[in-house]
Design a binder for this molecule. Structure first.
Ligand SMILES: [Zn+2]
Length: 301
């Protein structure tokens, strides 16, 4: 639903490689880091270095998969190599805490997945979803731009191991992709039930807030997979509250408040309706997209 803005500089990349190499696999003299083990598979990976694979850009992931799959990879050996196991999980999560600091799920914008402190140690509420399933494509298990900080509902309960790669409608929805324009193309719309034509909305049961796409249906399957319409149904009260507020504070009332308090009209409006700035990062608070789209529908912005 929302794009992830993460670009890594050389120092950040180095720190990621360092943390991946901080653990050794195997016993005694034969113990090797994942990068050392990668060298044993050099023939398979050809010109790709370990770094190329773990920092493969989102735009190039599908091409990489196509190229490597054509070589008929030995999946079991690669699963052993790119093991996203209990040793790595917390380390990689720490990397995301530090370099992205996610606040809400990028798939749904419903749940908080924030970082918090517990006895001076940071903890987090996110899971890392492998956008392209690591079971089928194990060489992407540690690739940063294949890891999506998300809530456990979206990750485990809903997406699970659904094959996003190879599905034309879904493989282009990696939130790191610049071409993923869900927020721009799909908007929450406000519909009133037939029985309240006069805008006399008495309860949340009188409204519907479906996600609608203009001029295309590029994201229909995405909306269905993550059950976004169904899940947002349970939060219609947020919109109902906005409608009630809009009734309580029409333009004339806002202007009166400006005259009374000397606070600029726009500021009062912003505060009363908790309007979200055009340039705000919607991922920082839950329901930001819903609230911003609805402010549009209600003519508040
Ligand atoms: Zn979610």
């Amino acid at each position: 639903m929302l794009n992830i803005h993460l670009s890594l500089n050389e120092e950040q990349k180095e720190s990621y490689i360092e943390l991946l190499c901080s653990t050794k696999f195997g016993n005694g003299k034969n113990a090797k880091t994942v990068k050392e083990k990668f060298e044993e598979h050099k023939v398979f990976f050809g010109d790709y270095s370990f770094e190329d694979i773990v920092f493969i850009e989102p735009e190039k992931i599908n091409g990489l998969v196509e190229e490597l799959e054509a070589k008929q990879p030995q999946k079991d050996a690669l699963k052993e190599l790119f093991k996203y196991d209990k040793k790595f999980q917390p380390l990689i999560a720490k990397f995301f805490e530090k370099n992205l600091n996610p606040r809400t799920c990028y798939y749904c914008n419903i749940d908080f997945i924030n970082v918090y402190d517990e006895e001076e140690n940071s903890k987090n509420k996110f899971t890392l979803d492998h956008f392209i399933d690591k079971g089928s494509y194990p060489y992407l298990a540690l690739s940063i731009f294949n890891l999506i900080p998300s809530c456990s509902v979206c990750n485990s309960k809903i997406k699970g191991r659904k094959p996003f790669y190879g599905d034309k409608e879904l493989e282009s929805t990696n939130p790191y992709l610049k071409s993923f324009r869900f927020d721009e193309k799909v908007k929450f719309k406000l519909f009133l039930h037939k029985n309240c034509k006069d805008l006399n909305i008495k309860s949340k049961a009188d409204i519907e807030i479906p996600l609608k796409e203009n001029y295309s249906n590029e994201y229909d399957k995405y909306i269905k997979v993550f059950k976004l319409n169904e899940r947002y149904q349970a939060h219609k009260d947020i919109v109902f509250e906005m409608i009630k507020n809009a009734e309580l504070y029409p333009e004339s009332r806002l202007k009166e408040l400006q005259d009374l308090t000397g606070i600029p009209y726009q500021q009062i409006k912003q505060d009363i309706f908790s309007l979200i700035d055009d340039n705000a990062d919607l991922s920082k608070e839950p329901f930001s997209k819903l609230k911003r789209d609805m402010a549009c529908e209600l003519g508040l912005v």
